[in-house]
Design a protein around this ligand. Structure first.
Ligand SMILES: [Zn+2]
Length: 404
């Protein structure tokens, strides 16, 4: 089952009953966390068993589904806490500060035509939340293949989870093989006997990382006398960095997937798990793997949602192997890959060619074939470049984020 969380803003302020509900919910979650810690339990059922009665007395009027949902949320937080303690990441006793509540799909009603949510507060008291519905939101509301999941209510917006069964990936007619680098995806598009170079560039991502890194370092120096402030500012800086980068990565992923969908391509990516950059601290930061892993995560998730087949292959030696004679080189300096046998090609595209060959030889490319000789050296297709971000997209995707 795939789940996608869609953010809706409200036409007017949250009704006061709903605000009180948010506060009650937060209180219930925090109480449940405490009860769970004292009794050393983390499963929802165990938590319900030890604390439900007391809770009912403390919140006699709260809609029981919401109460159960509060246990559920508390349970998630407790599990997280326990993992952090086990991993020895110093972890304070968890406490929810944000006003947030979650309602399971039986605990609210959404009229998908009008975009009005009916949220029960307690017996005999319901509130209506009118959602701002754009064309982008319509797409989800009107799609009958999507069912409704949980509802998350925040003071200024709600998140509705839409669910669907993963569609069966299509049988590919062509293949895209991509080598993932710090500033770009570089690769091959192979259709029939023709192979062309493709590229999706995102140089801003590295620039943003650099800028935020410098800013964090300045903050740390400036606030060296005040650890708490320094930590808070750095955390905020980090969240901003992630937002900025993720926004770009979503756009890159969208253009790659649009290209793949139009040509019924399978996508070949390198498996980045376990890959570590060099040891030096400076290099470690500069080559932070986070954006690349995130990009893969976004591509894979969106591809699953659309039924586009994605293949992950072991990237070992992909940047050092000659796709023609199979010789492995020791150094990989320079922007061009050159082999004794006379083969030469852009280093990144050469790597993607090796990824593709691995996928084919492992039988993962759906019976498609590839001959390196078919590569057209003089053609380059650009799937994405920063200039494209400036162009306003009518169906902009800002405001989506995924729930897993
Ligand atoms: Zn060679």
């Amino acid at each position: 089952m795939l789940v996608k969380g869609i953010v809706f803003y409200l036409e007017s302020d949250l009704p006061s009953e709903a605000k009180f509900l948010l506060e009650d919910f937060r209180l219930a979650v925090n109480n449940a966390i405490r009860a769970g810690l004292q009794a050393r339990v983390t499963s929802r059922n165990a938590l319900v068993k030890i604390a439900y009665k007391d809770f009912r007395q403390e919140h006699p009027k709260m809609y029981s589904q919401h109460l159960v949902s509060a246990f559920e949320v508390a349970c998630g937080i407790l599990k997280n806490h326990r993992r952090r303690v086990r991993k020895r990441v110093t972890s304070r006793i968890p406490y929810v500060k944000r006003l947030i509540m979650k309602a399971e799909n039986q605990a609210y009603k959404l009229d998908r035509k009008t975009g009005v949510i009916d949220l029960p507060i307690r017996a005999g008291c319901h509130v209506e939340l009118r959602l701002v519905v754009s064309r982008y939101h319509r797409k989800y509301l009107d799609d009958t293949a999507l069912s409704l999941g949980s509802l998350t209510v925040l003071p200024d917006r709600v998140i509705v989870a839409f669910r669907k069964d993963a569609p069966k990936p299509y049988t590919p007619d062509s293949v895209i093989s991509l080598d993932t680098n710090e500033r770009s995806l570089d690769g091959l598009f192979v259709e029939g006997d023709v192979a062309k170079a493709i590229k999706a560039e995102f140089p801003e991502v590295a620039v943003i990382q650099q800028r935020h890194h410098d800013r964090r370092r300045r903050l740390q120096k400036k606030k060296a006398h005040d650890r708490r402030t320094s930590r808070n500012l750095c955390r905020r800086e980090g969240a901003r960095e992630h937002h900025r980068i993720e926004y770009r990565l979503h756009q890159v992923a969208n253009s790659v997937l649009k290209f793949a969908e139009e040509r019924k391509s399978a996508i070949v990516l390198e498996d980045l798990t376990g890959m570590r950059p060099k040891r030096s601290k400076e290099l470690n930061r500069r080559l932070s793997m986070w954006p690349r892993r995130k990009l893969h995560q976004i591509i894979e998730y969106k591809a699953q949602w659309k039924g586009i087949p994605v293949v992950k292959v072991d990237p070992r030696n992909s940047s050092r192997t000659c796709p023609i004679c199979g010789k492995i080189q020791y150094s990989r300096m320079g922007t061009e890959f050159k082999c004794e046998c006379g083969w030469h090609l852009d280093r990144h595209i050469n790597a993607s060619m090796n990824l593709l060959q691995t996928a084919i030889s492992n039988g993962m490319a759906g019976g498609l074939r590839f001959n390196p000789g078919a590569f057209q050296h003089d053609v380059m297709m650009i799937l994405y470049e920063p200039a494209m971000a400036a162009r306003s997209e009518p169906n902009g995707t800002s405001g989506i984020f995924e729930v897993t």
